[in-house]
Design a protein around this ligand. Structure first.
Ligand SMILES: [Zn+2]
Length: 325
């Protein structure tokens, strides 16, 4: 995530689209259980909300920000991603329907990590729901890729958020009908040659049927009047409306929509390939965490608390469960 351009509010347009769109079919020939944006899984979603672990969120943020950096250009950027793979293996060690792969990139040695929970339904398993976050860091005070860049908020918080969503789904012994993937992108910070563009091109070229992407890039720094900001550009209007409804139904916290004005994170790569993607952001863009992209982006400068990220864990659980039904 980078700095921002002027704000624009799209909430009214999104609500109108929500009313008009109703049920959205992921593919015309799949009548078995079409993707729709209705909300009716309250019992299961509320059960999933129990026992969201701030200790787990803290431990992932603390561990990842303990690397001097996670740059896409350094060995630490590879070592820290290896830790994520090991951690996810440990979280899912008792599952036989989980696979973890590294997607290799042309421009970077840092791989993108993909954990797949294979859908249990023989037809619906071809439809993929994605929860994602980038794992690399940058220090913009210097051109030195070895500079200290702990990236606790940007974006250890996003990686921690999807790790806790994974941990809760496993704890619930949740067996999805559709395939659910958890992705940690390599190299988001080099904005001109992001790794995610290569990744999403592969999904398109291989005819992967991605039915929804929830991307997180900074979830733990709260400021300003809104707890959650949905980015309005390079995202899906219909899916954003669905997510707004999820917030109103399950979280009941203030939210709004703002535009970045440019392709400000990895959601854009999915959007460009025609897949429905959204970015749920931690704060009003004008109040963005001033410490990102510096050596000061630490857990300490977020008061050693993961309270704000809990909202994004819950939102992701609701998103996955309601899309999978
Ligand atoms: Zn970021």
């Amino acid at each position: 995530m980078l700095s921002i351009l002027p704000m624009k509010t799209w909430k009214i347009a999104i609500l109108a689209a929500s009313i008009l769109s109703g049920c959205l079919f992921s593919s015309a020939d799949n009548v078995k259980n079409p993707i729709n944006y209705s909300i009716n899984q309250e019992t299961l979603v509320n059960e999933a909300f129990q026992n969201v672990s701030q200790d787990h969120l803290s431990s992932v943020i603390t561990k990842l920000s303990s690397y001097a950096n996670r740059s896409a250009y350094t060995q630490l950027g590879i070592d820290s991603f290896d830790w994520i793979v090991d951690h996810w293996k440990e979280l899912t060690k008792n599952r036989t329907d989980v696979e973890i792969t590294r997607f290799t990139h042309t421009l970077y040695k840092q791989p993108t990590i993909i954990l797949t929970i294979k859908g249990s339904d023989p037809v619906l398993q071809n439809e993929i729901i994605i929860l994602s976050a980038h794992g690399d860091t940058i220090n913009n005070d210097t051109n030195d890729v070895n500079a200290v860049a702990p990236g606790a908020d940007d974006n250890a918080s996003g990686v921690a958020t999807i790790s806790e969503i994974l941990r809760r789904l496993v704890e619930l012994d949740y067996k999805p009908q559709r395939t659910i993937q958890f992705i940690v992108y390599a190299a988001e910070e080099p904005t001109s040659d992001r790794a995610s563009y290569e990744l999403t091109r592969w999904y398109r070229q291989n005819n992967k049927n991605v039915v929804g992407v929830m991307n997180y890039d900074q979830t733990n720094y709260k400021t300003g009047p809104y707890d959650i900001v949905l980015i309005g550009d390079y995202t899906s209007v219909e899916q954003n409306a669905f997510i707004g409804n999820l917030i109103d139904t399950y979280l009941k916290v203030p939210w709004t929509t703002q535009n970045c004005g440019y392709q400000c994170s990895d959601h854009a790569a999915w959007n460009i390939e025609g897949y429905p993607a959204s970015l749920a952001f931690e704060s009003y863009l004008e109040g963005e965490n001033p410490n990102i992209h510096t050596h000061k982006d630490t857990f300490h400068t977020m008061n050693n608390s993961t309270e704000h990220s809990v909202l994004f864990v819950k939102l992701g659980l609701a998103f996955a469960i309601e899309l999978d039904k």
